[in-house]
Design a protein around this ligand. Structure first.
Ligand code: NAD
Length: 498
């Protein structure tokens, strides 16, 4: 779809979706901007505690009256129908995602397929939710069951919004919980389109609700609401900290998927070309706005000059442009404020002492919009801010190491611990290094290829808990153990001495 065709799909107003209906919340609306032009795309309803109350009530009612006790197989059918709707609307969804986020259309098309797959995957899992049995003859047969908990507040970020939303909605609904989604304020359009798809799939009203709004109002009200015991959050580490503080007094259960500063470690025996390809793919697709981006490439001294030369020539070739152009590899960043933030890191070069080897500027062909050249920083050392802090844009920092020990020290020497990528042909080293890395996920000689069954999440400041496969059910369900006596086991008698 072209930009013009996509603009026609954007609703005049984006409303909340509560109890199966699209509703306004009052006079407060905020603007949603096109990253490529800064023009207003639409106005979004700005939710507050009142609308969160309505959504929470609807979700609670649906939980008790319909969803909690529905057999998994029936819930799965709804999820399949949602996936079918997404596949049917695939081009519209991808085009809207591109319009709202600036991520190149070629990439959002793939993302939507994956988002639909999240529903199919968890539909399948819903039919296979099992408990555990603990025979204890002759007196007991104990068992444990997983039970849905209630309503989950799902709070999501602006990067790859639909993918990340479905990653939470699908397991939440599959578990038998109901949901109130609070999409990110910078990219809420596809969440609205998804709500329409879900309405058409005839999901019982109240099972899935969307409250739009700002983090500090709508998001905070969700965290504060007593009828929402679960909060699954993806976003910045500092926001996660604030949310945990706010939910602590009610002992909410949190899943926290937070920031990253993931290393790509390239040893001198690596498959050089594949390591270069994967480094570039992992850093510069999705506009560099990827939580698991390998944003620090650590290269062994003996191959570092060659690797740097390869990166320089390839990065200078990355096609920055209109995200609707299928040749574009890097589109405009999400928002002007974010552009400024990313640029401010590049501008640290004189004070920190690194070099901007490639890029670093607005491309001259794009005087407006949030366009930024693909950027390589060289001469970076581990203590610099650009080696420590998440930039979350198309900016790759290159560091050099002498031996394995130094590489591990550098890789682990940040607060974050989300992902790590290791390139070496030495199988013992690959496994040794992955054991030593402080990261939730390690890819060996591989780009970031996901397996939905595996635990996804980060260590240290990158998160708490894991989602994915059965691990999602650990979050969305509560274990209940039932101890069942089979006969007349001995019961010590108290108060029987007289
Ligand atoms: P953000 O933390 O600014 O916002 C995320 C969401 O939280 C938004 O919906 C926002 O409205 C809401 N929010 C903000 N303040 C809140 C509050 N006080 N109470 C409740 N909700 C509040 O993050 P962002 O800038 O949208 O996203 C980028 C960040 O997300 C990066 O740090 C990135 O690494 C991280 N991320 C992590 C993963 C992961 O799986 N670990 C995946 C994607 C993105």
């Amino acid at each position: 779809m072209t930009r013009e065709e996509t603009l026609k799909l954007v609703p005049d107003r984006v409303r909340h979706f509560i109890n199966g209906q699209f509703v306004d919340s009052g006079p407060e609306w905020f603007e949603d901007f096109d990253p490529a032009t800064h023009e207003t795309l639409t106005k979004i309803a700005s939710g507050d505690a009142t609308i969160v109350e309505q959504a929470a009530q609807a979700a609670q009612q649906a939980f008790v009256q319909v969803w909690r006790d529905m057999p998994g197989r029936e819930r799965a059918r709804y999820l399949e129908r949602i996936a079918d709707g997404m596949v049917r609307d695939r081009v519209a969804l991808a085009s809207l995602e591109t319009l709202d986020t600036g991520i190149p259309l070629k990439q959002t098309l793939g993302q939507i397929e994956r988002a639909a797959d999240n529903f199919r995957f968890f539909a399948d899992m819903a039919t296979r939710l099992t408990g555990e049995s603990f025979p204890n003859p002759p007196h007991f047969q104990n068992y444990a069951v997983r039970q849905p908990i209630g309503t989950a507040g799902l709070i999501t970020p602006w990067n790859t919004p639909l993918m990340l939303e479905t990653w939470k909605i699908a397991p939440c609904l599959a578990s038998g919980d109901t949901a109130v989604l609070k999409p990110a304020e910078w990219s809420p359009i596809t969440a609205d389109r998804l709500a329409h798809i879900i309405q058409e799939a005839d999901l019982p009203p109240g099972v899935f609700n969307v409250v739009h709004g700002l983090g500090e109002s709508a998001g905070a009200a969700l965290v504060a609401h007593p009828a929402i015991p679960l909060i699954s959050f993806t976003g910045e580490t500092t926001t996660g900290q604030e949310i945990m503080r706010n939910g602590a007094s009610q002992l909410k259960r949190f899943s926290m998927e937070l920031g990253g500063k993931s290393p790509v470690m390239v040893f001198d025996d690596a498959d050089f070309e594949r390591a270069v390809d994967a480094t570039l793919f992992g850093m510069f697709t999705l506009n560099g706005e990827r939580c698991t981006a390998g944003s620090r490439v650590l290269v062994q001294d003996s191959v570092a000059d060659r690797f740097e030369d390869a990166l320089k020539s390839r990065i200078a070739n990355i096609v920055v442009g209109d995200p609707f152009d299928l040749n574009t590899e890097l589109g405009p960043l999400i928002h002007q404020d974010h552009w400024q933030r990313v640029k401010s890191y590049i501008d640290l070069a004189p004070s920190e002492g690194f070099r901007v080897a490639v890029g670093g500027e607005r491309p001259s062909a794009f005087p407006r919009g949030n366009y930024l050249q693909a950027t390589l920083l060289t001469g970076v050392t581990p203590g610099m801010r650009v080696a420590q802090e998440e930039i979350f844009g198309p900016v790759l920092a290159m560091l050099r190491f002498g031996d394995e020990e130094e590489a591990i020290r550098m890789a682990n020497g940040v607060r974050y611990g989300l992902a790590a990528y290791v390139w070496t042909r030495d199988v013992s080293r690959a496994n040794r290094v992955s054991q030593a890395l402080e990261a939730g996920m390690v890819w060996l000689n591989s780009q970031n290829v996901r397996d939905l069954r595996t635990p996804f999440g980060g260590s240290k400041w990158s998160g708490i808990g894991r989602e994915g496969g059965s691990h999602s059910f650990e979050f969305y369900t509560e274990w209940k153990t039932v101890h069942m006596a089979l006969g007349t086991h001995p019961i010590p008698r108290v108060g029987h001495s007289g």
